[in-house]
Ligand binder design. Structure first.
Ligand code: NAP
Length: 256
């Protein structure tokens, strides 16, 4: 019998999968026996580099798709290509996200707000919507499928200079809890993870004070530690989790 955290025979999509938490999730899914993983990211160079870091024996289980997740047709295309190659989508991890340079709201142009919302919220909405359509259209009608949205601890606590980012990540909670109720009866689980400071290229762009002094664990997390939480929610290990946000933040969250 397969282990509960196995993804044996399952087909997954990971957006933002060429770097950081997304790439760690791709590696975790391959190690868990996934039949296929579609990696979506912004540039073909980042995707080629990511694939070059994987074992050549895993390359046949990888499909790459280059596109901007905020573009209206991107999600429909990466889902269609996944279904074309492997016949279905079982797991969708909506991980692509951006964090623009720190700026207070009073100094901000509306274009900066719109840019963050378009990638972090609209991109996730489109990916969630298209993934669910494919899951519901499968012979199982979606039973056993899982979607994980990558939110942030800043969705709970906010951070000065990061209002649009925090707002976009908080909005994922409303999206996730509503859709979890819409498709739960069909057997599709929709959940989120809320990472704290994780040692990825994105963190390098973030104000660094406090990463080693705040929280309970006094260090930044590793992308693999969040990937473990994503694998938990994606696999049968998390079979009774629906509409929940799993914090993976070393105790950074102050209020919840
Ligand atoms: P990362 O290493 O920068 O990875 C994000 C990936 O998404 C990059 O490859 C990036 O491409 C890609 N991407 C950005 N915009 C895209 C778009 N419009 N379409 C397609 N792909 C796009 O960052 P990460 O830390 O792993 O972040 C992954 C997720 O975790 C994000 O949603 C982030 O908000 C969230 N998160 C991160 C932390 C943290 O401390 N690292 C904490 C909480 C939540 P480019 O490099 O070309 O931009």
């Amino acid at each position: 019998m397969a282990a509960a955290n196995s993804l044996e025979g399952k087909v997954a999509i990971v957006t933002g999968g060429a770097s950081g938490i997304g790439f760690a999730s791709v590696k975790a899914f391959l190690a868990a026996g996934a039949l296929g993983v579609t990696i979506v990211d912004l540039t073909s160079s980042a995707l080629s580099h990511a694939v070059s870091l994987l074992s050549p024996s895993d390359h046949s289980r990888i499909l790459t798709y280059t596109g901007d997740v905020s573009h209206p047709s991107t999600a429909a295309e990466y889902v269609a290509k996944t279904v074309e190659k492997w016949g279905r989508v079982d797991v969708s991890v909506q991980c692509a996200g951006i964090s623009l340079p720190s700026k207070n709201v009073v100094d901000m142009d509306v274009e900066e707000f719109d840019k963050t919302i378009s990638v972090n919220l609209r991109g996730v909405f489109l990916g969630l919507q298209q993934s669910l359509k494919a899951m519901l259209a499968s012979p199982s009608g979606g039973k056993g499928c899982s979607v994980v949205l990558v939110s942030s601890q800043l969705a709970f606590d906010g951070y000065p200079g990061s209002a649009p980012y925090s707002a976009s990540k908080a909005a994922l909670r409303g999206l996730m809890t509503s859709v979890a109720q819409e498709v739960g009866p069909q057997g599709i689980r929709v959940n989120a993870v809320a990472p704290g400071p994780i040692d990825t290229p994105m963190l390098a762009d973030f104000p660094s004070e406090g990463h080693t002094t705040k929280g309970n664990i006094k260090r930044a997390g590793q992308p693999e530690e969040v990937a473990n939480a994503i694998l938990y929610l994606s696999s049968e290990m998390g079979s009774y989790c629906s509409g929940t946000t799993l914090k993976c933040d070393g105790g950074w969250s102050k209020w919840c």
